[in-house]
Design a protein around this ligand. Structure first.
Ligand SMILES: C[S@@+](CC[C@H](N)C(=O)[O-])C[C@H]1O[C@@H](n2cnc3c(N)ncnc32)[C@H](O)[C@@H]1O
Length: 262
C-alpha cells in the first residue's frame, strides 16, 4: 500500500529502527569483549553494517532482482570486478558461460565469508583461480591494480548500491573507469540516486548524515548516474529507471550500462 506523501519522507525511520534493532546489541557486545574498538570507529561501523546487511540484504536483493538481471546478466563478461560486493548476491546474476573470473571488492572483511559461500555455490573459488576477494576500498585504485596484477584492466565493473557509500565518489568513479576498466569494457550499475525533484532531494540531504552512520557511509543524495555520464569517453551509454517505481521516492533507483570507448 502506498504511504501518504509526508509519511514517505519519514520512511527511513522504519529502516533505521530495524537497523538499530538488529545491529546495536551485537555491536555493543563486541565492544564489551574488545573495549579498544571504541578507538576504531571504522571497524565499529563495519561490525554494525555486517549485522545490518545480514538482515536487509535478502530483502533488498529480492526487490532488485529484476533490475540486476537486466543490467548484469546479458553484459557482464570476462574478468568482472564487483565493487562493494557485500554478501556476494550479484554472483547469481552472472552468466557463467561469459564470466571467466569474479573479483569481489569488499572492504568490510566481515562480509568475506558470505562472499566465499555464495561464490562456492556458483562454482567459483580462490583455489581454482576464478574468484579473487579484495579487501581495499574502491577509492584505492592503486591497491586494486596491484592486487589484480595479470588480470587488469578488467572487462566489466559492476556496482550495485555501492557508489552511494564510496568516499570521494566522483574521483573514485573516474579513476576506476580510467585506470581499472579496459577500453571497450563495460560499467554496469544499479544505484539509488539523488532525486531530480528538489523537494525530495532536500529530504535526502536531510536524512543522509544520520543514515550514513547506520549504513557505513551510504548517502541518499548522490547523483552517481550523472557523475558516470559526466566522465565522458563512452562509446555507448544508457540509463533507465526501475520498472514501476514512483519518481517521488527517497530511494529512487537508476540502472546504467556504459561502454568505454575502445
Ligand atoms: C548496500 S551494500 C551493497 C552490496 C552489494 N553490492 C549488493 O548489491 O548486494 C554496499 C556495500 O558497499 C561496501 N562499501 C562501503 N564502502 C566501500 C568502499 N569505499 N569501496 C567499496 N565498497 C564499499 C559496503 O561494505 C557494502 O558491502
Amino acid at each position: 500500500m502506498a504511504l501518504p506523501k509526508l509519511l514517505r519522507r519519514f520512511s527511513v525511520l522504519i529502516d533505521l529502527s530495524h537497523a538499530f534493532k538488529v545491529a546495536l546489541w551485537p555491536t555493543i557486545k563486541r565492544i564489551f569483549h574488545e573495549p579498544s574498538l571504541l578507538f576504531h570507529p571504522q571497524t565499529l561501523s563495519y561490525i554494525f553494517m555486517s549485522h545490518v546487511w545480514t538482515f536487509f540484504a535478502p530483502y533488498i536483493d529480492e526487490h532488485s532482482a529484476a533490475e540486476k538481471a537486466k543490467v548484469i546478466t546479458p553484459y557482464a563478461h570476462g574478468v568482472v570486478l564487483d565493487v562493494g560486493a557485500g554478501h556476494g548476491h550479484n554472483i547469481k546474476y552472472l552468466d557463467s558461460a561469459r564470466v571467466t573470473k569474479y573479483v569481489a571488492l569488499e572492504p568490510n572483511v566481515l562480509m568475506h565469508p558470505e562472499i566465499r559461500r555464495a561464490a562456492g555455490a556458483a562454482g567459483l573459488n580462490e583455489a581454482d583461480g576464478n574468484l579473487i576477494i579484495l579487501a581495499c576500498g574502491a577509492e584505492d585504485t592503486a591497491s586494486i591494480l596491484t592486487s589484480l596484477e595479470g588480470y587488469q584492466p578488467v572487462d566489466t565493473i559492476v556496482s550495485t548500491l555501492t557508489l552511494c557509500s564510496v568516499p570521494e565518489p566522483q574521483r573514485t568513479i573516474k579513476s576506476l573507469v580510467s585506470d581499472v576498466l579496459k577500453p571497450g569494457g563495460e560499467l554496469l550499475f544499479f544505484e539509488h540516486v539523488q532525486n531530480p525533484h528538489p523537494h525530495v532531494a532536500r529530504w535526502q540531504r536531510f536524512w543522509s548524515p544520520l543514515w550514513s552512520k547506520a549504513f557505513d557511509g551510504c548517502r541518499l543524495d548522490r547523483p552517481t548516474h550523472v557523475w558516470v555520464q559526466e566522465i565522458g569517453g563512452w562509446e555507448k551509454e544508457e540509463v533507465w529507471g526501475q520498472d514501476g517505481e514512483s519518481e517521488d521516492l527517497l530511494f529512487l533507483h537508476r540502472s546504467g550500462r556504459f561502454v568505454k570507448s575502445a
